[in-house]
Design a protein. Structure first.
Ligand code: SAH
Length: 215
């Protein structure tokens, strides 16, 4: 990475700290992950701005603050088996891969997944397992998951995913709502009981059913 990108990244980390991100593992993972590799060509100079950017297929790479906040909310540990819905650019999965044991990530656009896989390979992130499919259905063959992160907006509580969350100490973070602004909800499962906490308002692209056609 260039010295220029490096100093931009340091500035981004300062912005995130000021905004209240304090989990050392999350900050370290952001430090280790070159966001410029994950943005669309032509946007590299904005890669370390704290803002969402457009990616292929009309989707977006989330704002770094939201990525950091959701990562922190997951309370990850190095033995965690994590499921991510909505691979997009692969940036969030890359962040998770530095903290968790294994990351399973699902995307409905083949084009996006091909690019994300290329980035994982380039960065030698070998603990990320990918699948092109409808993430709303989760990944039953690999369930249960210690942690689940949904990075596209679900219209209502994602029941199929909650079912695949570990009964004892499982945590899921998901934007929920059908409107342009959704509520980020943290679900905690203990002894099979789910307790939810509303975190903040967010803007995610919608979770859509099925595999994308032509993509
Ligand atoms: N986590 C991504 C950003 C997600 S953008 C990143 O770090 O870049 C949301 C992504 O969710 C989009 O790529 C969209 O195609 C995908 N998506 C929407 N509905 C989906 C579904 N049902 N299954 C899998 N992916 C889905």
């Amino acid at each position: 990475m260039s010295a220029e990108a490096d100093s931009r990244k340091i500035r981004l980390l300062m912005t995130l700290r000021r905004a209240g991100i304090s989990d050392p593992a999350t900050l370290r993972a952001i430090e280790k992950t070159p966001r410029d590799v994950f943005v669309t060509r032509g946007f590299e100079d904005q890669a370390y701005d704290d803002r969402a950017l457009p990616i292929e297929c009309g989707q977006t790479i989330s704002q770094p603050y939201i990525v950091a906040m959701m990562t922190e909310a997951l309370e990850l540990h190095d033995r965690a088996k994590v499921l991510e819905i909505g691979t997009g650019s692969g940036y969030q999965a890359a962040i998770l891969s530095h903290i968790a044991r294994r990351v399973y990530t699902i995307e409905r656009y083949r084009t996006l997944m091909a690019e994300a896989e290329r980035r994982f390979k380039h960065l030698k992130l070998t603990n990320i397992v990918t699948d092109v499919g409808d993430g709303g259905k989760g990944w039953p063959a690999q369930a249960p998951f210690d942690r689940i992160i949904v990075t596209a907006a679900a219209p209502g509580h994602p029941e199929a995913l909650l079912d695949q969350l570990r009964d004892d100490g499982g945590i899921m973070v998901a934007p929920v709502g059908a409107g342009e602004v959704q509520t980020l909800i943290k679900y905690k499962k203990d002894a099979g009981e789910i307790v939810e906490t509303k975190l903040t308002g967010v803007r995610f692209v919608p979770l859509r059913e099925g595999i994308a056609r032509g993509g």
